[in-house]
Design a protein around this ligand. Structure first.
Ligand code: SF4
Length: 342
């Protein structure tokens, strides 16, 4: 059987037509799933009983189970979600005064083994389907209440552009007025630098935000932090980003995790400013989370501020991300490690 969420609105309308049902039922079904969050066809009380029965015979609706919720002292929640095949993924709800952001996983495990990232430690098992990604968003929405889920970042476990088709299919429903209705500009796709994915994304006509993990402007250091740099080196990556900006007229955010003794010296600020000169971009600095197993720790606070100021003085637009959810291992790059080890 197929999860009904694999069908977009148009395909659902076509199916209902084939069944001899009026197509307005498709909008009702969408509304039950994405606006009202029902998890079985029986709850769709304004559909004829015969149609509910037919849907039940041909589709299933919800395959994710919320296993546990951890709540941080700062209000961040980490959701542990069990998939139908018992694989585990994590997602996070991050409240802030003017927004509530959901952090979404796109794969079980990850192939890319970035050195600073605990989410990439579990071996890659499989892609999430678009329906599973949509289920994840449903749980994020429920766990944002009484606030409204306003933003989504595809920065959880996995590389979104390595699961391109399913991620884009899910985003189209997340973004649609009949779906979750979250504005494209409030959705961020984060990539470790998959160049073919960046190129495809520039042709989608989606106004989503693109965030690229930079982490060093030295080929050798970046390769040691992110093995993907050997396949898609910095020079080619920056050129693909330049083309993306020209084609879409959108700004790119470059993420830069500051790691003590690795990429946080004055010379790194000089190289970064030179490489990004003239690009419509923002640099988001992220003090590394301490990961004892990987010998990773952030620079001290004055060193972080010095790094930031040096980039600003060289003309870059720079932000410093405030760590969230560290006490429950829900901060960026920490998803999954804490739970799996218990
Ligand atoms: S940063 Fe992203 S791409 Fe790299 S290992 Fe972690 S989850 Fe995978």
């Amino acid at each position: 059987m197929t999860d009904i969420k694999e069908l977009g609105l148009e395909r659902l309308k076509e199916l209902l037509k084939k069944w001899g049902e009026p197509d307005f039922h498709a909008r009702q079904i969408f509304s039950w799933i994405y606006k009202r969050g029902v998890k079985d066809f029986g709850g769709m009380s304004d559909l004829p009983a015969s149609l509910r029965e037919k849907l039940k015979e041909n589709f299933y609706l919800f395959d994710l189970r919320l296993d546990r919720v951890f709540e941080s002292l700062d209000g961040t929640k980490k959701l542990i979600l069990a998939l139908g095949d018992d694989n585990i993924i994590e997602a996070a709800v991050i409240p802030a005064p003017s927004r509530v952001t959901g952090c979404v996983s796109t794969q079980v495990g990850c192939k890319f083994a970035c050195r600073f990232c605990a989410s990439g430690i579990p071996q890659f098992k499989r892609n999430l389907s678009s329906a599973e990604i949509l289920d994840e968003v449903s749980y994020l929405k429920e766990n944002s209440l009484p606030e409204k889920l306003t933003h989504l970042v595809f920065m959880g476990m996995g590389e979104p552009l390595d699961n391109y088709d399913n991620v884009i299919k899910a985003i189209r429903i997340i973004n649609s007025p009949q779906g979750f209705n979250i504005g494209a500009r409030k959705i961020t796709i984060s990539t470790c630098g998959i160049i073919p994915g960046i190129k495809r994304l520039s042709d989608e006509g989606l106004q989503v935000e693109l965030s690229v993990s930079l982490h060093s402007t030295d080929e050798e250091i970046r390769s040691s932090l992110m093995p993907i740099n050997k396949k898609y080196p910095l020079k080619e990556l920056i050129s693909a980003c330049r083309q993306y900006i020209e084609k879409t007229n959108r700004q790119i955010t470059f993420e830069y995790v500051l790691i003590q003794g690795v990429n946080s010296d004055l010379k790194d600020t000089e190289k970064t400013a030179k490489m990004l000169k003239g690009l419509n971009c923002k640099v988001n600095l992220i003090p590394a989370n301490t990961i004892k197993e990987l010998n990773i720790e952030p620079p001290n606070k004055p060193a972080i501020l010095f790094f930031k100021d040096s980039l600003v003085k060289r003309g870059l637009n720079v932000t410093l991300r405030k760590p969230r959810g560290q006490d429950i291992n829900a901060a960026c790059g920490q998803l999954r490690l804490g739970y799996v080890k218990k």
